[in-house]
Write a protein that binds this ligand. Structure first.
Ligand code: UDP
Ligand code: MG
Length: 335
């Protein structure tokens, strides 16, 4: 199954694959690119044979021209230019689809994932771990509110799904080729990457590290975007929100049976009692609210089915900019 709409580069596929692919999604990161390369390149040169796959996720600034300029000096740099902003999860998938390494490390372009961890990750990979995940020791670089929501989210996610999710594990991780292939074989369109990596399994090693502040620019994950990701994570990996309403329905039905019996008995013993407008309106509103809520949850899942049934690719590639004489490959075509 092809996750995206693009063409695998023939020239690149012919060359010997490197040991390590670095997959980096970039969205309006122009200001930080120089610093990124300055820190990354010496570490990579010492660590392994490598390629860098950068996915330009529809940046509105001069990220792309700067990457192409950089390509003149860095022959290991391959640039995938997406046709618009598809979001980080899709951009990462595009990079993983095109990378050729025996393993890949995915990291953010803003230096929040310290490249100094790369040799350590490679060591663990050589020891036999198929996945190495960098976990932030404490999210002290995030705002208080974001920390609270993050804790609540992981608690909820672990409570309602059958899988174990490691809190504070970001997208800074090493993936063996088998993990990449397994990940790419998953056909769903709604992609919560962290969950998909948890689902495919394999031996996993965790490395703790402090997460520094963003080197430059601003985070593109505001509250709304994070909330959407959280809802996606929960609805993709659990049907508990659907089942919950069955339990609530049973509870309410049980309670109303007993309350009904009580009213019946009271009417038989004491006669008809007319007042009760307040309790009636409260009950009507309460059940109206519950109904709407449960329909909303149902809608969330129906929406997922709708999105999946359209079978659209996850992303569209405008051009693959390969280094060397081949240069830019023709625009994307369905494989
Ligand atoms: N990113 C992307 N597409 C987007 C948003 C972000 O490719 O639509 C990239 C961004 O360039 C960076 C990484 O994803 O390399 C993480 O983004 P950000 O720093 O905004 O997220 P945060 O660190 O706040 O979670
Ligand atoms: Mg960041």
């Amino acid at each position: 199954m092809t996750p995206g709409l693009s063409q695998q580069p023939q020239e690149a596929a012919d060359a010997a694959p490197p040991e390590l692919s670095l997959v980096i999604p970039v969205y309006n990161e122009s200001a930080g690119l120089d610093a990124l390369f300055e820190r990354l390149l010496p570490i990579l040169a010492a660590a392994a044979s490598f390629e860098i796959v950068m996915v330009n996720d529809g940046s509105g600034d001069d990220t792309l021209p700067r990457l192409l300029q950089r390509q003149q000096a860095v022959p290991q740099l391959r640039v995938i230019d997406l046709s618009r902003n598809f979001g980080k999860e899709a951009a990462l998938t595009a990079g993983l689809w095109h990378c050729r390494g025996a393993c890949a490390i995915t990291l953010d372009a803003d230096l929040q994932d310290p490249p100094e961890l790369i040799p350590q990750m490679l060591d663990k990979w050589r020891e036999g771990y198929e996945t190495v995940v960098a976990v932030h020791a404490e999210r002290n670089t995030d705002t208080f509110l974001r920390r609270v929501f993050s804790h609540a989210f992981y608690f909820l996610l672990n409570a309602v799904s059958d899988m174990r999710f490691v809190p504070n594990a970001g997208d800074f991780r090493l993936l063996d080729r088998v993990v990449i292939e397994a990940f790419l074989s998953l056909p769903e369109r709604t992609r919560y990457n962290k969950g998909l990596f948890a689902w495919v399994g394999f031996r996993q090693h965790l490395i703790e590290h402090e997460r520094p502040l963003r080197a430059s620019g601003a985070s593109s994950f505001g509250f709304r975007r994070l909330l959407r990701l959280a809802v996606e994570g929960i609805t993709s990996f659990s049907s508990f929100p659907l089942r919950l309403w069955t339990y609530i329905g049973m509870l309410i039905a049980g309670a109303s049976f007993f309350y009904g019996s009580y009213i019946l008995l009271r009417t038989v013993v004491f006669g008809i009692d007319v007042p009760g407008y307040a309790s009636l309106i409260v009950a009507v509103m309460f059940f109206g609210g519950i109904n709407l809520l449960s329909i909303g949850v149902l809608g969330e899942y129906v929406g997922r089915i709708f999105m999946e049934s359209k079978q659209r690719p996850l992303y569209v590639v405008r051009r693959l900019h390969e280094p060397g004489p081949a240069g830019a490959l023709p625009p994307a075509r369905r494989r």
